[in-house]
Design a binder for this molecule. Structure first.
Ligand code: CKX
Length: 487
């Protein structure tokens, strides 16, 4: 439900007549849908969704729908890969077309529209002298023009913006263009008042401006691939994206966020619907990588959020997902997934599949919150020491940490839900992060308050936003802005 699909109605359509295209959308959840959940039949006959995840399960169509006509011989797909050679670069491309007969011409244009290089064939290399690299928060985009030509006629043409950059993990460092980057930013949602999950340019623009104001450089598309416009925006703005597949709710509980810290185990990967789920999971990973592989902003793919990971069955399940994902990305970007508290260093059977480790941790909120924050810090440091002992020599990123905070709620001393407590919590977390040199990034939970299912733990949604749902800063936004100015 979070990735595009195409329906060919060439055979069905009646040219010249009024045609109706009817789309039926279904948001029912089960343990073999992604995301996971279940449905509940009420006594009045109404059926409702009960998600195993903490965001509102919207219904309907939220994204652009295009009516497209294509010539018989057409461009189907392309991908690129980059190698830096001093101040020059090589762009290797591969084009897939529907037929084999005609000439494929590929032109690289710079940001001003001047031709940089041209090559022929479905697979070739373009050499770029004095390359303008796509850099974090300082993007440069080239235009790649692909044409199928027959004699001198253009049969099909496709243009895409590309950014030339490399990504690599080296020990505990994340390297973009061979330079280390510390990730600063947010886990987000596609969510806004009245619009729900529908893509809206004004909201996206505001979000990017807010993120830039805080000095952020990265966000995670928690917990599903977003509308494509988000990625193009990030390409332009030089943001890094951890692109996440909608594998969330892989723990049989409607309140995972509460269960997660308490050692709850629901034998999720030991049921007979798992093969169906695995098939869908792999398929969605495939569709996500296929859709997003050419965006320079996408620097890693996240293959799950907070599943159960402590059984052998979980390991075997995810080993297959990772293996499949590794075979798909032409740029061989790092693969990861977000691990919650149960995935402790001694228990987790999945972290070893990840190229860098993403932790969602809530010491000082779900664990020892409020007046117990000093204990929270001790427990947090204890867990980090246990990770350190493993000497994994990979980067660790915090992909979630935060407190529910009611904007305008002020209390001295800070108590849970107050703006003061959110700051105190962040300060404690930052002190812990800064004590471990393998911590190479911090993405707070969440960029903005967002809608969830109703319940006793949620006051009209999740309030862990650094910004309100209307995109105005809470006090902690200033704390992040200051820290990230120099971090
Ligand atoms: N992580 C202990 C997944 C997010 C939730 C977040 C929360 C949980 C925390 C798990 O989707 O919103 O409870 O705020």
């Amino acid at each position: 439900g979070f990735l595009p699909f195409v329906i060919d109605f060439t055979e069905t359509v009646h040219p010249g007549a009024v045609n109706h295209l009817v789309i039926k959308a279904n948001n029912e959840l089960s343990e073999s849908t992604l995301p996971c959940g279940t449905v509940k039949d009420l006594q009045n006959g109404r059926r409702i969704a009960t998600p195993y995840f903490d965001f509102f399960n919207y219904a309907g169509i939220h994204r652009s729908v295009f009516l497209v006509t294509k010539p018989k011989e057409c461009i189907i797909d392309f991908d690129t890969n980059y190698e830096l050679k001093g101040s020059d670069a090589e762009v290797r491309y591969k084009i897939i077309t529907s037929q084999d007969s005609s000439r494929v011409v590929v032109t690289l244009l710079d940001a001003q529209g001047y031709q940089v290089q041209q090559a022929e064939g479905k697979e070739n290399t373009l050499s770029v002298e004095q390359v303008h690299l796509w850099r974090v928060r300082k993007a440069y985009l080239y235009n790649l023009k692909i044409q199928i030509q027959n004699e001198n006629e253009i049969v099909d043409e496709y243009e895409a913006k590309i950014g030339i950059r490399t990504i690599r993990i080296d020990g505990t460092k994340i390297l973009v263009n061979e330079e280390p980057v510390y990730l600063k930013g947010f886990g987000k949602h596609e969510d806004f008042d009245l619009l729900g999950r529908a893509f809206n340019y004004s909201v996206a623009k505001r979000d990017f401006e807010c993120m830039k104001w805080t000095n952020a450089n990265c966000f995670r598309t928690s917990h599903y691939p977003y509308a494509e416009e988000w990625y193009s925006f990030a390409d332009e703005e030089g943001f890094l994206i951890i692109d996440e597949v909608p594998a969330v709710g892989m723990m049989r509980s409607t309140r995972n966020f509460a269960k997660a810290g308490q050692g709850g185990f629901t034998a999720f990967f030991q049921t007979d619907t798992v093969p169906q789920l695995l098939k869908k999971h792999c398929h969605q990973v495939e569709e996500m990588i296929q859709r997003d592989k050419n965006h320079p902003s996408v620097f890693a793919f996240s293959l799950f959020n907070e599943p159960e990971t402590t059984s052998k069955e979980a390991h075997d399940y995810f080993a297959k997902v990772f293996e499949h994902a590794r075979s798909l990305d032409p740029q061989k970007r790092p693969l990861t997934g977000a691990l919650e508290k149960n995935s402790a260093p001694e228990l987790c059977q999945v972290y070893m599949l990840c190229d860098f480790i993403c932790l969602n941790r809530y010491y000082g909120w779900y664990i020892s919150g409020g007046a117990e924050i000093a204990d929270a810090e001790i427990k947090f440091r204890d867990e980090m020491d246990r990770w350190a002992e493993k000497r994994l020599n990979v980067p660790f990123i915090f992909t979630e940490f935060g407190t529910d905070t009611l904007t305008g709620q002020h209390n001295l001393p800070g108590i849970m839900w107050s703006e003061e407590y959110q700051q105190e919590y962040y300060d404690m977390n930052f002190a812990v992060f800064d004590s471990y040199d393998f911590v190479q990034g911090e993405l707070t939970w969440n960029f903005a308050d967002f809608a969830t299912s109703e319940g006793v733990m949620r006051v009209n949604g999740n309030k862990k936003g650094v910004f309100t749902r209307e995109r105005q800063p809470k006090t902690s936004a200033y704390v992040l802005k200051k820290r990230w100015e120099t971090k």
